[in-house]
Design a protein around this ligand. Structure first.
Ligand code: AMP
Ligand code: ZN
Length: 461
């Protein structure tokens, strides 16, 4: 790997691209706010997961696989989960374990690597209570009506990340106004649990943590006081990340939470951000039934992660076409799981704040170059092309399987395999009328048979 390339990251706190220098290159730490597990992730959520997966891969390429620790939390206690449990009558743990699994499977389907650790909020209640106590001792938190609130006036740098006037932020983000708050921007660290709501004993009575508290505590418990990179979608800058920063700084006498802040832009449907509250969502789970994961991933990475991305059907169609063209060429080299030497141009593009449009342009250039070569030079160029795609999470399939595609309404894989055997038997028996008939019938169903030295193979055209 070309170690001399410097990784540059756009830091939302500094509002500029900076050379990335981890505190300890042998232990690079990345934390990304993960899903609240009460329903399916939409493709906007998936954009965030895929963008940070790419960052994880690029960090590993720079610093070595074993030197990068990526934590993505699971929020398994939250009002929306409680509501889902009340509505369905299912225990909370059934809902959270079901949707945690679905989230992992769906993101895996998009080529998202498993993070190094996936801390769960409910496994960190004791350190959460300890952090609240410490904030209260320091005068940064107060109790009101069974709640414990963080007092934003105790942190003079509150608002530095989002950089917007606090009153404006509050109007825009619908911060809850409540009688027990001293200041509208104060946020809940601990809230009381009523009746059958889940809760834990605490010095302030039986209750549960507020969402903003969870991440600060899990970061400290799992990764340490100050991490290298904290990430999430742009909408989390305020209030969620401002709140995380404020709590950690007040608990640790000013120690920053993260050295770099990275935020992905929105995936949009028309003019709107895709979001559950607007209701304009397309679920990753549903898309994966219709499209190969690599096609969806290609579409998600087609725009730079900080730019808005407009989601359309034609984006998927185009992405499929482009991937097909690459797989067509990769059919020429034997399939293997190896990942090796990545061409410098692609590594440079990805190291420049994950510039995926430039990396894709680089892939196209490599393809054009390979197309002008023959023999060993061509095979080497194609292998390097495959390595470049693999770094981005593509070209993981055997091209032969890639072109088999989905059955749709046509014959299943097993049916086609059986017909191919029947056809081979017919040919052996010199019954060419029958073997031609089988080939023609399959062709009508869009299945193309190719005869080769090792027998016949098929693909969906
Ligand atoms: P949520 O479940 O709403 O907390 O979202 C999970 C992650 O997806 C967060 O990092 C969000 O910022 C991100 N996210 C939510 N909606 C979108 C969207 N439309 N485009 C990109 N990222 C999003
Ligand atoms: Zn968070």
């Amino acid at each position: 790997m070309p170690q001399e390339t410097t990784l540059k990251i756009y830091d939302s706190m500094a509002r500029e691209k900076r050379d990335f220098e981890p505190a300890d290159p042998k232990r690079v730490t990345l934390y990304v706010c993960g899903p609240t597990v009460y329903s399916y992730a939409h493709i906007g959520n998936a954009r965030s997961a895929v963008a940070f997966d790419l960052l994880f891969r690029v960090l590993r390429a720079h610093f070595g696989e074993e030197h990068v620790i990526y934590a993505r939390n699971i929020t398994d206690i939250e009002d929306k989960i409680i509501k889902a449990s009340q509505e369905t009558g299912l225990p909370i743990s059934d809902i959270t374990s079901k949707f945690t699994k679905i989230y992992r499977d769906d993101m895996g389907g998009l080529g998202v690597l498993a993070p190094t650790i996936e801390p769960e909020a409910t496994q960190h209640i004791a350190p959460m209570i300890a952090m609240i106590e410490s904030l209260m001792t320091k005068g940064a938190a107060y109790e009101g009506d069974g709640h414990v609130l963080f007092n934003v006036d105790s942190y003079s740098e509150y608002g530095n990340l989002s950089g917007v006037d606090r009153d404006e932020m509050i109007a825009g983000a619908r911060v809850e106004v409540a009688p027990y708050k001293k200041n509208a921007a104060d946020f809940v660290l601990w809230k009381p649990s009523k009746g059958d709501e889940p809760g834990w004993d605490s010095p302030w009575g039986r209750g549960r943590p507020g969402w903003h508290l969870e991440c600060s505590v899990m970061i400290e418990a799992q990764l340490g006081r100050t991490i290298d990179i904290h990430g999430g979608g742009q909408d989390l800058r305020f209030p969620h990340h401002e709140n995380e920063i404020a709590k950690t700084a007040c608990t640790h006498d000013g120690a920053p939470l993260a050295r770099y802040w990275v935020h992905n832009g929105f995936l949009r449907m028309g003019a709107d951000k895709m979001s559950k509250s607007i209701g304009n969502v397309v679920l990753a789970h549903d898309l994966l039934k219709e499209w190969p994961g690599e096609v969806i991933r290609w579409a998600l990475l087609s725009a730079h992660y900080r730019q808005p991305l407009e989601w359309t059907e034609s984006l998927l169609v185009q992405s499929k076409k482009q991937l097909d063209r690459f797989y067509r060429l990769l059919e020429e080299i034997p399939f293997s799981d190896d990942t090796g030497d990545v061409p410098h141009s692609i590594f440079m593009a990805l190291s420049d704040d994950l510039n995926t449009p430039e990396a894709f342009a680089g892939l196209h250039e490599l393809r054009d170059m390979a197309n002008q070569m023959d023999g060993d030079a061509r095979a080497t160029a194609l292998t390097r092309l495959r390595n470049a795609g693999r770094l981005m999470g593509f070209f993981n399939h055997d091209p032969a399987n890639w072109f088999k595609g989905d059955a749709g309404d046509g014959p299943s894989d097993a049916e086609i395999d059986a017909l191919l055997i029947e056809r081979a038997d017919a040919r052996k028996a010199k019954d060419f009328a029958k073997s031609d008939q089988i080939r023609d019938d399959l062709a009508v169903n869009g299945v193309i048979i190719e005869d080769g030295p090792d027998g016949a193979t098929w693909r969906r055209g």
